[in-house]
Every structure is written in structure tokens, then in C-alpha cells.
Design a protein around this ligand. Sequence first.
Ligand code: 6V0
Length: 332
Amino acid sequence: PILKEELFQELLDNDNTKSSNKITIVGIGAVGMAAAFSILTQNVSSDVALVDIFEDKLKGELMDLQHGSNFLKNAKISASSDLAVSAGSRLIVVTAGVRQKEGESRLNLVQRNVDVMKTIIPKLVEYSPETTLLIVSNPCDILTYVAWKLSGLPKNRVIGSGTNLDSSRFRFLLAQRLKIAPTSMHGWIIGEHGDSSVPVWSGVNVAGVCLRDFNPNIGKEDDSENWNQCHDEVVNAAYEVIKLKGYTSWAIGLSISDIASAFLCNTNSVKAVSTLVKGIHGIDKEVFLSLPCVVNSNGISSIVIQKLSADELKKLQASANLIDEIQKGIKF
Ligand code: 6V0
């Protein structure tokens, strides 16, 4: 390349720079690509690698994103069906696997997606021994447990995207009722990312003012204002969106980018993500469920112990038992 040699005076023979914020996204379906787009447009990482088994789609998505580079902040984007492309990742987001069909529960996907985890997790960790995993594929909590087991990584480095998304849906729906911005609406959904998730009504507040102080029955069955409809809608959200457009993508993509940013920027933000909860809130099973967690460059550094009501504790423990029962049937 004569032109290149004339244009540049090279200072180094071997320019082997490495990024400190590389993210690999495994699985470039609706969710993986929405995550990639959010991460790139929000400048969360300057080095994004995409992995899938579907080679043509991979090449097409890579070209399409690269053609938009001029409107981004010069992130390096790479893609391959070979997991070696993930080497040196700080964070690996796993969205590979099958998704729910119309009306199908997340829990129904378990063994099919466990089999996918078995083929990818050990190799990913071989290529990036210091990595942190963010598991998104469903059933999210169970697959986070499976990824933890398969990876041999410490528990703080295996995170499930969990109810970060459910909490966002919840805040949006509550905020709509009160006609305020969703970011000014505080409320948490914990437990399973799925049908048995637990809304923490005791803590729902605006500007520190608990809604329960005005309506002691908020969230309960005998609440005349039926606020619990907001939680019912959260539980039904994925079913509804899948019925309407075939899959969910934008909200989960943004949720992934939000968690990735807390991790890479070492922010100590508190997020509802799935973590090993054995020994907390009376749970004695080795299961992953979402609780508010402090997220920083160590992954999850601590868990916020909320003051839960007896009813919330009961629901959370029931979630743990349900997940544990399903985990017993998994073939590793
Ligand atoms: P999709 O659009 O079918 O994409 C899945 C992708 O995974 C496809 O491109 C496959 O080729 C790829 N894939 C399958 N096996 C492998 C493998 N061994 N290695 C690499 N790639 C592989 O599904 P979609 O993107 O809609 O959903 C992906 C997963 O995310 C599903 O399990 C969903 O249920 C789950 N979701 C989780 C959410 C959460 O909040 N945790 C939210 C939405 C969807």
C-alpha cells in the first residue's frame, strides 16, 4: 500500500491497541440488535463485537451498522460466527436462543436455551477470562444461574438483566396515571423476570412521598382504585407486545444499555438485576432473582435489603421455590 506509506509516518511497528470497554453481544436477533443500537448510539462502548450462528444476517447487520458509523462516535464494530471475535471483552451480553411464541411462557424455553448456553458460555470465558456476563435470554433468572455454573465466574460477575425492564415498564404505567415523567416515578419490581414478579408497593413513591400513605390498600385486591392493574400490565407486557409485533426489542435494548453503562462507567447505580439471592429475604434456595443491586465495574458489588412487607416476602419466596423446582429438571 504505497499511498498509505506516503501519507503516514508510522511511529510503531506493531500498533496493538486494546479497548478497555469492549462489549460482545451474542445473539443478533431482535433483542441483540436493539441492544447493539442502544449501546452504540448512547456511546456506552467504543468496541462492539457481534456473534451469531446466522452468518448472512451477521454480515448484513455489521454492514448496516458500519454504514452509519459517520453518525456515531467512531466505535469499532466487528462480527463473526467464531466466538474468538469476543476475545478481551469486558462485558458479554447473551441474547442467543429461542424466544416465546405467542402465548408461550418464558419458563417453557428452559432446556432449549440451556443447551445454547452449554455451547457458548465455556468458550466465551476461555476467550475473556476476566469478563462479566449479562444474561438476557429467557428464562432470564434460570439462565443466569446456568451461566454462573457453566462459567466458573464469581457471582458478582454474572448478572441477569432481570426486572430492570419490568421496573421500567412499571414506572411508565404508574407515571401515566399520575401524569408525571417516568423517571420521577419511583417503584421497584423484584423477583422473577416473568409471571411471578413482585411489585414492591410498600416503596412506590413520588418525591419520597409513599403512595401507600394515601391509599393503604394500594396494590391489594380490595383497592377500589385498582392500582395493581399496573403490575398486571407489566406481567402481560411481553405477551401483548409479542402478539402485536412478534417480539419485544426497544425497551429491552435500552435496559441492557443502561446496565452496561453502569458497569463500564463504574457508576454504583442501583438497578433491579438478577443475582444469587440465597440467604437473603429468607430464601434458602440457590437461585437467581432480581433485587436492587449496586452495579459498578465489579459487576454487582452489593444488594440493597429492602424493607419488604410480609406479603411481598411471601411472594418472593414463592418465586424462589418455583425457580428452584424448574432448575432441578435441567440437564447440564
Ligand atoms: P431472535 O430474534 O430469535 O434472536 C435469537 C438469535 O440467537 C438468533 O439470531 C439466533 O441465530 C441466535 N442464536 C441461537 N443459537 C445461537 C448460538 N448457539 N450462538 C449464537 N447465536 C445463537 O430472538 P430475540 O432476539 O427476540 O430474543 C432473544 C432471547 O431474549 C430470547 O430468549 C427471548 O426470550 C429473550 N428476551 C429476554 C428479555 C429480558 O428481559 N430478559 C426480553 C426480551 C426477549
